[in-house]
Design a protein around this ligand. Structure first.
Ligand code: ATP
Ligand code: MG
Length: 412
């Protein structure tokens, strides 16, 4: 016997039994985001590797360890690990800076990261997200956080924790990095190899390391003093305060987490994450922030931007299963030709309808109908002879016979 080929580690089929849940996430995204003036964008699933190296940052885990890259015609290509870089590439390539700001875009689709699969972590997973271009004011940050919260509410997730932080501008970041490095340097030998490597290249990333030994170092009083000190400049501080004021005015509960730095290199000022206590260790459903330098960094006209991405598998795992809808009608007939005709008429009239393709006995057909549909339309010898159909309502077990010319109206 030939070997059975299985789905790859870290990938999953989305089976018909789960698809209603996915439709719901997608439908709500379309509703909530378009209500706020966002338009969907669909970018390619693979891009030049260089886009991610430059756009996500070559000190990040994504670029260093997690990319699915391959060569074709001597070009290095990569399956997108996230979609901000792709959307920014498209923004630049299509001259969207010429549109009236803000340019508001949303997307959904699969992302690929070579990570260790575990609960809440796959190698192919799905994200839904938004990007807003052209507004540097804190209102844009608040609008994007509001949108994330409203989307989560719309799918039934109301009690999630919103955490925010400000990374400041490149100047603030440099001052802070220096202070942080000075404080950590004496303890660096006790920290994990990843942190030792990040220490020079991207010291802020040490703050979100999850290794216990590293946490111990970060929790020391001396380093906590550096972390909690006011390190952002007056202008950045004012920007952050305004974001918080808006969130307060909108009744969005949040907490400030000074350790929140996010995994991507390009963030500045506001960063945020939305977490659930019901998810175990992979508890973040949403991550986002401001990335004012990315468009310029990728060769476009200097354009401020802010956005977020949510993990759809993690959202789904927090939501109850939905029961599959029954069909409106199952057609039961002694003639497959008549059944075909009636089913076709019903579908054209807007009913979901099906029939028995394998010509089983009447009893079997009715049994199937009662399981899969709310009503049966019966077209057997008597009905065919009299130009009628019989309609059976399974909720009441009532059955009535009506003219074949008028049965669609009766059903409506
Ligand atoms: P994490 O710290 O969990 O690795 P991240 O910072 O790498 O998250 P982002 O790049 O911000 O994640 O992606 C946004 C969201 O996408 C995450 O909050 C999470 O819900 C989801 N996500 C990220 N990686 C995966 C994955 N491998 N499998 C499933 N969902 C993921
Ligand atoms: Mg990650």
């Amino acid at each position: 016997m030939t070997n059975i080929i299985k789905a790859q580690k870290g990938t999953k089929d989305i089976l018909p039994a789960e698809i209603s849940k996915w439709y719901n996430l997608e439908k709500k995204a379309e509703e909530v985001f378009s209500f706020a003036g966002f338009k969907e964008i669909r970018t390619p699933i693979f891009e030049a590797t260089e886009l991610f190296a430059r756009g996500v940052g070559d000190t990040t885990d994504i670029v260093n360890k997690e990319m699915y890259s391959f060569e074709k015609s001597e070009r290095s290509l990569t399956l997108r690990p996230e979609n901000t870089a792709g959307v920014v590439r498209s923004f630049i390539e299509n001259g969207m800076h010429r549109l009236t700001a803000p340019v508001k875009l949303w997307y959904k689709g699969p992302m690929f990261r070579y990570e260790r699969p575990q609960a809440g972590r796959q190698r192919q997973f799905h994200q839904v997200g938004v990007e807003m271009f052209g507004i540097k004011e804190p209102s844009a940050d608040a609008e994007v956080i509001l949108l994330a919260v409203n989307y989560l509410k719309s799918i039934g997730l109301c009690d999630l924790d919103v955490e925010i932080n400000s990374l400041g501008c490149p100047n603030c970041r440099e001052t802070f990095s220096k202070k942080l490095k000075d404080a950590i340097r004496p303890y660096l030998a006790n920290m994990c190899p990843d942190c030792q490597e990040r220490f020079e290249k991207n010291p802020l990333r040490l703050l979100d390391c999850k290794v216990p030994e590293c946490n111990e170092v970060l929790n020391s009083e001396e380093i906590q003093n550096v972390i909690t000190s006011e390190y952002i400049c007056d202008e950045c501080s004012e920007h952050f305060n305004k974001v918080k004021e808006y969130l307060d005015a909108l009744n969005i509960k949040y907490s400030v987490n000074r350790l929140l730095v996010r995994g991507l290199d390009y963030y500045n000022r506001t960063v945020f994450e939305i977490k659930s206590n019901n998810l175990g260790s992979q508890n973040a459903v949403c991550g986002g922030g401001r990335y004012d330098s990315l468009v310029r960094h990728l060769g476009g006209v200097d354009t401020p931007a802010v956005g977020f991405a949510m993990g759809m598998e993690r959202l789904n795992s927090l939501l109850p299963d939905v029961e599959d809808n029954k069909l409106d009608i199952f057609v039961v007939s002694s003639s497959s030709t008549e059944a075909f005709k009636v089913v076709n008429e019903l579908r054209a009239a807007g009913f979901s309808a099906d029939f028995d393709l394998s010509c089983k006995k009447f009893g079997k057909q009715i049994e199937k109908a009662s399981k899969v549909a709310s009503h049966a339309v019966i077209v057997c010898e008597d009905e065919i002879a009299n130009n009628t159909v019989s309609i059976k309502d399974f909720s009441t077990s009532e059955q009535k016979t009506v003219s074949r010319n008028d049965y669609i109206n009766c059903l409506k």
